[in-house]
Design a protein around this ligand. Structure first.
Ligand code: PAF
Length: 272
């Protein structure tokens, strides 16, 4: 039986918790993270908190979809133990909550385009960890840079939390699930699926022996052929988010692009 709570009390903290933080507008991607959480057999706690501090743009914050009632229904259908709906004043009471600056990876890609974003993310995640005291937490691989920085924060602060990573969940056309997809028209959703097609194309060209630069160029052209406004399309070494070198073992191709002015991100692994 799911309990909806606004604060954390001793009763909730009495067992080990698997924590799934969200900003709401729950979709199948979130539900797949819940499924992963439930596999731990721990108590599952899903937070829904639209964290103003991670938005570097007021308009983006105001437009972010909010669907609390539907979110509760969906999470109840998954039988999560707790849905945590904190007020802003509970998460950020006065001055006492430390702001967490990201390491240098926080200033490239998403961090370069959205100054202050990762500081906002790490600050809220650290604060929620402090409130919920989870033994495990589930994060999606779609936000690859966020995931990297959260794992980095856990190492830096020696937090005793095991991070479980959830695969990217896509619609039948390949569009990565995101709460922001709710802001897209049907046509835009179809068009946005070209982002993943371009990622796959870049990987195909690399596998055919083209250089990273040539392959990225082909990806950029493909994106530009559609009404998609590209921010970046870049390959990084997954271990450190640097440009790959001959020692790199795992690579990721990452992108951010706007469709109908909605910022979408996606990524794909490159096997080498
Ligand atoms: O990935 C998200 O939805 C958010 O960045 C998170 C981790 C819930 C922090 O607000």
């Amino acid at each position: 039986m799911t309990k909806v709570i606004n604060t954390i009390n001793e009763d909730i903290l009495s067992g080990n918790i698997c924590f799934i933080p969200t900003m709401g507008a729950i979709h199948e991607g979130h539900l797949s993270l819940v499924d992963i959480g439930k596999e731990t057999n721990l108590k599952t706690l899903v937070s829904i908190f639209l964290n103003r501090r991670q938005f570097n743009n007021d308009e983006d914050f105001k437009n972010y979809p909010i669907e609390i009632e539907q979110d509760i229904e969906l999470l109840e259908s998954k039988d999560v133990d707790f849905i945590f709906l904190p007020q802003e004043s509970y998460v950020y009471p006065g001055e006492g909550v430390p702001s967490i600056a990201p390491s240098k990876v926080g200033s490239i890609l998403e961090g370069a385009s959205r100054p202050g974003h990762f500081e906002g993310v790490l600050t809220v995640v650290n604060r929620l960890f402090d409130l919920v005291k989870p033994s495990h937490a589930v994060f999606g691989k779609k936000d690859a840079q966020q995931l990297f920085l959260i794992k980095d924060m856990i190492n830096r602060f020696d937090l005793n939390i095991e991070i479980i990573e959830g695969d990217i969940f896509r619609d039948k056309n390949g569009l990565a699930m995101s709460s922001r997809n709710n802001l897209l028209s049907q046509n835009a959703k179809l068009n946005a699926a070209n982002i993943f097609k371009s990622l796959k194309n870049v990987v195909k060209e690399i596998n055919l022996g083209k250089s990273f630069e040539e392959s990225i160029e082909i990806g950029i052209n493909l994106i530009n052929q559609n009404e998609i406004d590209l921010d970046y399309l870049e390959i990084v070494d997954e271990e450190n988010f640097n440009y790959p070198n001959k020692y790199s073992k795992k690579l990721k191709l990452l992108t951010a692009a706007y469709v109908e002015n909605v910022r979408l991100i996606d990524n794909i692994d490159i096997e080498i």
